[in-house]
Design a protein. Structure first.
Length: 175
């Protein structure tokens, strides 16, 4: 123990500078909230579905709720039922066991509904695409509005993908 404390005392304070942060996306919060209100008239509600992932994407999605990203402050909430959702955020390859559940969740989601495939597995099937237990990417079952590649994608990319799907839906809705 004493040796460790001596080594810490000898090494001193590191001289590394704190990296510059890219917080440009935070300044857009008023515009994001207005976009959500223009399209839906209320907060965007998301139902997250794990279709057979390794939980890497889920950890990044949970990070969206922390104080740094504060996705709920933008008017975006996660809900427990697809009947209350505007968007399905699906992670993982589409396994045969989850195929029916994902389809039922899609059918239960009211119009106008959005589908976002999050992570490499949901987009392409990932490293599991050749498995006997996997149907393939999410697009083999449902119409996907936006894909967010990455294994796992960082939270900021997930947030950008959610907003891209919302903005794409805004352009396709009748006035």
């Amino acid at each position: 123990m004493w040796q460790l404390l001596k080594q810490i005392a000898r090494s001193g304070t590191p001289e590394n500078r704190v990296p510059e942060s890219d917080d440009a996306w935070r300044t857009e919060s008023q515009q994001i909230q207005q976009d959500i209100l223009n399209v839906l008239g209320r907060a965007l509600r998301i139902r997250e579905i794990d279709a057979g992932s390794c939980n890497g994407c889920e950890l990044e999605i949970h990070a969206l709720n922390n104080p740094y990203y504060n996705i709920e402050g933008l008017g975006i909430r996660f809900v427990a039922s697809p009947r209350h959702a505007d968007m399905l955020l699906v992670t993982g390859p589409l396994t045969l066991n989850m195929q029916e559940a994902v389809l039922r969740a899609y059918e239960a989601t009211p119009q106008p509904k959005l589908v976002v495939a999050t992570g490499e597995c949901a987009c392409t099937g990932g490293m599991f695409r050749e498995s006997y237990a996997v149907r393939g990417p999410l697009s083999s079952l449902l119409p996907v509005d936006v894909t967010i590649p990455g294994c796992p994608p960082p939270p900021i990319d997930i947030q950008r993908g959610i907003l891209a799907a919302l903005r794409a839906k805004r352009t396709t809705l009748p006035p």
